[in-house]
Structure formats: C-alpha cells, structure tokens
Design a protein around this ligand. Structure first.
Ligand code: F6P
Length: 544
C-alpha cells in the first residue's frame, strides 16, 4: 500500500509535536536522568559498534522514528530492492549493487536472468588480470611488466576506486604505483603521468556509460601520451583496459572488448565500487583481499535485510539523520574519520549521499514540502579539530557529526594511536556536554572572557568504533552508508538512484565549448554568461 504523504503520516505528526518538548532538552539532562543511556543506545553489526546515545533523542523519539519507518514502508521498499524490482522509477531500473557482493552459490533473478553467475564471471576475469599484473606476467608492448596503474574515471568511476585505494593502501602491493585521474583539467592528467614510463603503465578507463566527456577527454589524452612514447597503435591493447556497460563505445574508442570488464544498468555509478569499477582496488590489494572487501559489504547487506528495524544500524542511522534534518533543522552532516587511510571517505560519501538524496520531487514527481538530503562534508580527525571544529563547537548552527574510530592502528607507533583515539572520545564528549559558565569559572581566567569560553554542548554525534581497518571492515562501513541513504530516501519518498540534476550543466557546457574557440559566434546566453565568455576569449587573444 502506498504510504500517505510524508507529513500526513501519524508518526510524522507525532514527531512534530514531540520535537517541541524534547528538541530543546539538553544531552546533559538526558544522561543525568538515565545513567545507562550510553550502554542502551548503541547497536552493533559486522564489526561496527554504533553509539547513538549522544543524539538529541529519548526513547519516545526512537519509538516514533521507528514507527515512521514502518509507516513509510522502509522494509517493503528494501525488500523490493533485494528482489530486483525497478525501484529506480525515473530510469525504470532495478537497483542491485547488493548482488555484486553475493556469494557465488547464491541466486538472484533480475528481469528473468540469474545475475550471480554473470557477476562472478566478471570477478573471475578481474582476478585473472589482477594476478597477471601483480605477478609481472602481464607484459606491456615493449615486454616490460606493469609498474603503474592509472584509473581514469569521474564521479562513481573515480571516488570509490580512489577512496578504496587510499583506505586499503596498507594492504596494497607496494611495488605498484596507483594514480587516479578524474578532472578534465589537464593539470590532473599531466601531473599524474609526468614521472611514469609509458611501457610500464596500464590505463583503466572506467566509465559506466563511456560517454562522459571528462573521462573520454582524459582517455584520449592518455592514448596520445602512450602512442607518442611507444609509437605503435598495437600498444593500446597492452596498456588499456576498460570498465563499462557500453561495449559499443569501448570498441569505438579502440579498446579491444576482450580487455573490457562489464557491469549492468542496475548498478548506479555511485554504488559501483564493488562492480568491475573496483578493478584498480583488486589490482592494489589482490583478489583474496578483494573477496574479503566484498564479504564485508555482504555482511552489512544481510544485516540491513534481516535485522529488526530497532537493531538495524543503517535504519537507526538513517532515522537519526531524518530526525536531525527534518525536526532539528540541521542542514549539514560532518563525517570525521579518525584514520588517515580514510582521508577520501568524506569525498566518497558526498557523492553517495548528495547525488542520491539531493532531490526535490517524490517518486511520483510531486514537489516535496519538506527538506531532503543534507550537505555532507568532512576531513580526517584530528586535522579538522585545528580547523573547522570551532564552528561545530561554538557556531550558531547545529552540525551533527559522525565520528569514526578504530581500536587498533595498522601502524602502531609509540602512543600515537591512544592520543588519536582519546580525541575520538573527547570530541564526542565535548560536543554533547560542552562547558557551562560555572565550569568555566572554576578554571582560572578573567570574568570578561567567561562567555567566550562557554560551550553550549547538546551537539549530536554518532560514534562508530571498530577494531581495525581491514578490507572487510571497509566493505561493511561503505554498505552501512549506502543503506543509510536508502533508508532516508525511502522515508522522503524520493528516487535515490537517479541524478537528473547533473544534466543541465553538462548540456550547457557542451554548447559553450565551441563558443570559446570560435572567434565570432553570436552569443545567445544571458548578459553575464556572454560577458564572461567574451572576457575569456579576450584573455586568450581570441578576439572580443
Ligand atoms: O555526475 C553524473 C554521473 O553520471 C555520476 O552519477 C557518475 O558516477 C559519473 O557521472 C560518471 O559516469 P560514468 O561512469 O558513466 O562515466
């Protein structure tokens, strides 16, 4: 049964009334009233411990949020996803990234085809290439083995690979160099290849559609760079592989489709890091560790599919996000991994969350009358603490923060890790409880600065704690966020799997490209755009 419009659902109405009473209650009070709160409001799955007690909620809030999930058919929609129904309505597609990490012996029929066999056939081909490259068996055109891998892609064809490479660098084969080129800005490509030998370099052209201008422009430059150095078209076959759903365009580019790794239209770009888009990851960490990564994803997928809503990590985090966004009015979410290897996680999550839930109409195409996806951003701790945390602690906006920490370092060194981890706990504590004027007064210091030193607290955090960063754990962590996005999209009733909002800019840019080089076309834009183009041409000596 289709749920009622969001704001008409009984749970939504109850939450609106509830926020009036609970919204302003301070976390200090909530913890004082319930000494066990920190031990009650927590959940665990797939090696991830979630402490959500430092959110501005009571048991009643939680009860109403879970009721909202039920009234919003979150579980039904989740099950429809796992059944392969076309829940991406605007593109009329199934949404089945979860199939990419299902075990070989499982089965999942999508549009009449059991896709698991196909998924594992691609994984096997990837493993074959990864093994040959890693062992030095894959020879380049001049007979040298591959030492450098350059992934060319953008959006989901870049952010997952680069994030995973950085996250799992500890597990990577260190005599291979990995570079990632995404920006059409030539600086990106030129700097990525400037110290590489062409005869030791393998390019992976990663593009779901194989029509993305940025990627194809970089891919053409890569081919020109290679041919300039190796001087023979036959070199392309030894130095280029493609990852795409579009065999025709791959062949048109000149890459042998024998060197192409396919995936399917039911894998969205930002959900594709466990498709063949993960080839660079597998090259870096090897097929066995890659299988562990997939098993971590699958474990969280299964948790999301099977765990009761009240114990379900993605559902809980998703609901808390809805509470913060729609009832407490928070416009952004900070994600702060206290692990240097996760430095690209916030960038990855930006696409995952914002391209998915930055939507203004419902599945039925009706303009929403409530807020949808917030802005996600972040930096690794503790760097952020010496930069923007000031605003999170004392600014006028409430910014919920996900703090991600690990019990053990992959590179134990003196007391570094305990110092790092102390900051995980201290930041969550400071954000929640702050410092009152009386507490400040107890410290020495002039009265006139008391107000400046008061920290209001009552700032929500989720603390995610795991033992150590492994490929498996990374998989579970990413799947957790994928399903958080899903849960929120289901509540907001939006299509989390399309991305029409990126199209207009693309179309306008392709219309403008010839106007930049042609000296005298009639410019038909608004006066601002016309003047900017004219000035650009002038600066380039191309006439006014
Ligand atoms: O930005 C739009 C988008 O379609 C993303 O969703 C996608 O990840 C990216 O472009 C790259 O697309 P492709 O893999 O087809 O080159």
């Amino acid at each position: 049964m289709t749920p009622a419009p969001l704001q008409d659902r009984p749970a939504w109405r109850a939450l609106e009334a509830h926020v009036e009473t609970i919204g302003q209650r301070h976390l200090r009070q909530l913890f004082e009233q319930d000494p066990e709160r920190g031990r009650r409001l927590r959940a665990q799955a797939a090696g991830i411990y979630l402490d959500y007690s430092k959110n501005r909620i009571t048991d009643e809030t939680l009860k109403l949020l879970l009721q909202l999930a039920r009234e919003s058919n979150v579980a039904e929609r989740r099950d429809a996803m796992f059944r392969g129904e076309h829940i991406n309505v605007s593109e009329d597609r199934a949404v089945l990234h979860v199939a990419l990490r299902m075990p070989r012996e499982s089965s999942l029929v999508v549009d009449g085809v059991d896709v698991i066999g196909e998924v594992h056939a691609v994984l096997d081909r990837m493993a074959d290439v990864a093994t040959r490259v890693r062992s030095g068996q894959w020879r380049g055109f001049t007979g040298r083995s591959i030492k450098n891998v350059v992934n060319i892609g953008i959006g989901g064809s870049d952010l997952g690979p680069v994030m995973a490479y950085e996250a799992l660098r500890f597990y990577s084969q260190r005599d291979l160099t990995f570079r990632f080129v995404s920006n059409v800005d030539s600086d990106d490509f030129v700097e990525a290849v400037r110290d590489l030998d062409a005869d030791e370099t393998l390019f992976i052209i990663s593009s779901k559609t194989f029509t993305t201008v940025e990627t194809l422009t970089n891919a053409h430059s890569a081919r020109a760079w290679l041919l300039e150095r190796l001087g023979d078209d036959a070199a392309v076959a030894k130095h280029f592989v493609a990852v795409s759903t579009n065999a025709e365009q791959v062949a048109a580019f000149g890459i042998d489709t024998a060197n192409m790794f396919g995936f399917w239209d039911w894998v969205g770009g930002r959900y594709s890091m466990t498709s063949a888009i993960g080839l660079s990851t597998m090259l870096a960490i090897g097929p066995d560790a890659y299988a562990e990564l997939l098993s971590g994803f699958h474990e969280m997928d299964e948790h999301f599919r099977l765990a009761p809503l009240e114990e379900n990590l993605p559902v809980l985090m998703g609901l808390l996000g809805v509470w913060n966004r729609n009832f407490l009015g928070c416009t952004t979410v900070g994600v702060m991994p206290y692990d240097q290897y996760l430095k690209r996680l916030p960038a990855y999550l930006q696409q995952l969350t914002m391209e998915s839930n930055g939507k203004h109409v419902t599945l039925e195409g009706v303009t929403v009358d409530y807020q949808t996806g917030p802005v996600y951003w972040g930096e690794p701790g503790t760097n952020g603490q010496h930069s923007f945390y000031q605003l999170i602690h004392q600014g006028t906006s409430i910014i919920p923060v996900d703090i991600i920490g690990f019990a053990r370092s992959l590179n134990p060194l003196g007391d570094h890790h305990d110092i790092l981890s102390a900051n995980v706990f201290a930041q969550a504590e400071a954000l929640a409880f702050g410092k009152t004027a009386d507490e400040v007064r107890r410290d020495a210091g002039p009265e006139r600065v008391i107000a400046h030193r008061v920290m209001e607290g009552n700032r929500p955090t989720n603390v995610l704690l795991a033992e150590v960063l492994t490929p498996k754990l990374l998989g579970s962590l990413i799947a957790l966020y994928e399903h958080v996005v899903f849960t929120q999209g289901a509540i907001w009733g939006i299509d989390s799997f399309d991305q029409w909002g990126v199209e207009l800019g693309k179309a306008l840019a392709s219309a403008i490209v010839p106007e930049l080089t042609d000296v005298a076309p009639v410019l038909g834009h608004d006066s601002s755009t016309n003047a900017l183009i004219e000035h650009y041409r002038k600066l380039n000596g191309r006439g006014s």
